[in-house]
Design a protein around this ligand. Sequence first.
Ligand code: ATP
Ligand code: MG
Ligand code: FE
Length: 336
Amino acid sequence: MLTLGIETSCDETAAAVLEDGVNLRSNVIASQHDIHSKYGGIVPELAGRSHIDKIHFIIREALQQAEVSLDEIDLIAVTQGPGLVGSLLVGLNTAKGLAYATQKPMIGVNHLEGHLLAIFLQEPVEFPFVGLIVSGGHTDLYRVNGFGDYQVLGRSRDDAAGESFDKVAKMLGWGYPGGPIVEARAREGDANAHAFPRAWLEKGSLDFSFSGLKTAVRTAIAKRGGSHGKGLSDADIAAGFQDAVVEVLITKALMACEQQGLKRLVLTGGVAANGYLRQRLREAAQPRNVTCHVPKPILCTDNAAMIACAGYFRFQHAPPEASELLRLDAHANFTV
Ligand code: ATP
Ligand code: MG
Ligand code: FE
């Protein structure tokens, strides 16, 4: 069975073709980083317009790379939310047009379910497991009991982990997206040059908070040059900030495993592309006998393969009525 995935929730225009839900035939991603970088964040109007310009080309490219025609596709899976509504509507309406013209079944996919299931494109993971999504808009911990069966264990009460990377990069004048730049610059810095705070919240809590850390970075930047922060370089700030985020993410993810009595952990979402986080997680998990499953970086950041994968499994378990399809709408806020 061939699934065409379409993803336009944010600033990646993406299309992919999967065979039997997990075998990647093509995975085409056009990012808009050059468009948004000078603004230090995503400009929604520009994102929507860019999706319109590229979506047909990207879908055609995905079909070509997979060496299939649209006629051979069995299912069209498209991101329905969460995301920027103007961006989501481009993918959703394109999918509806294709489904209507070809009379193929179509399914709306929750972008977060896509992130959570992206690991299945790489390796099977036995249920139940703990899943941590760390992305631009979310820091969510789940107990994943099976396909479509997700229990929220904790989430950020303010900024998402990726958002905090983006904001710190903006404060340092480094452009967007901030994660990869902060990671690169942190390699030259000393994580212990300045003590950045870790928000543990109440004892045993699996929620997160990164806004205090963001303020601490702003204060450290402002105080540089005075006696307090003397000698603190941009790289030291990047390293200290990254270390604080990573320590909290890993500690809470492993705490979730312990609380749930589970030994399998899936880390996913754009921030999971971070090499320092991946390495520190493996080091921390090993002595606790927790097996970590982390998709390769290209499957952590936004892509349509994960949307095709989640759409395929949803279709297998709960196929929608044909009459529902044309009523499918985009949702800016859409929790799993
Ligand atoms: P969401 O999935 O919550 O709707 P999104 O789709 O915008 O948000 P993703 O594409 O999954 O988020 O991830 C993008 C985020 O990941 C950005 O905040 C970016 O800075 C961050 N990111 C990407 N690469 C890295 C990295 N190497 N280190 C840290 N953060 C990273
Ligand atoms: Mg993005
Ligand atoms: Fe995402």
